[in-house]
Design a protein around this ligand. Structure first.
Ligand SMILES: [Cu+2]
Length: 199
């Protein structure tokens, strides 16, 4: 049990995992995830459309709005696109994944508000030497932590699921080409995808 606790400071420091997800409910159909199950999860998480509710329940903003304009050799094959702002709940970080308790909620800044677009399941690589899975799909990774909000040493697995915004790249794609961050804003971060690492 000391492992998750030791991770806490690191995770709190970084935390915004550029995660990528793909598709929308309409675009799903790949993999084994079942639409009815995803719809139930979406309904359960609907309350987090209000980011204040998310914060009150332990999902804290990691501040940066992440965009990945282009891929690069040796990195995760992210489709060019955005991810948005990650809100992380450390209470749910551990060696098991639960469909109803994603570790991360993702919001897209739209005018003066934040719009819930995706949920992300996240596990530090040190908690599992094999691909964790959820919805019958393996998480992506392991990959390095996402700069600048996570140290590169924070190797992890993650999976983005675009439950609230259609993703032309796929419902489980880490990035969404329709998501963007405010141009020129202080905390808009545009970068390359994280590197895959060996377990
Ligand atoms: Cu992400």
């Amino acid at each position: 049990m000391s492992r998750p606790l030791r991770l806490a400071p690191v995770l709190l420091f970084c935390l915004a995992t550029p995660c990528l997800a793909q598709g929308s409910m309409a675009g799903m159909g790949s993999g084994t995830a079942d639409t009815a199950q995803l719809m139930r999860i979406k309904t359960t998480l609907e309350k987090y459309r209000d980011p204040i509710v998310a914060v009150r329940e332990g999902y804290y903003s990691t501040l940066a709005c992440m965009e990945f304009p282009a891929g690069e050799p040796g990195a995760m094959g992210y489709a060019p696109g955005g991810m948005g702002v990650h809100f992380l709940n450390m209470n749910y970080v551990g060696p098991r994944l639960d469909t109803l308790h994603p570790q991360v909620l993702i919001y897209e800044p739209v005018h003066d508000t934040l719009r819930l677009v995706a949920a992300e399941w996240f596990m530090p690589a040190q908690l599992s030497t094999t691909h964790p899975a959820i919805f019958g799909r393996d998480l992506d990774g392991p990959m390095e932590g996402h700069a600048p909000i996570m140290p590169a040493e924070l190797h992890h697995w993650d999976m983005h699921v675009w439950l609230w915004k259609n993703n032309p790249a796929g419902m489980f794609s880490p990035t969404n080409p329709t998501v963007s961050c405010p141009r020129g804003a202080r905390y808009t971060v545009r970068g390359g995808p994280p590197r895959l690492v060996m377990q």
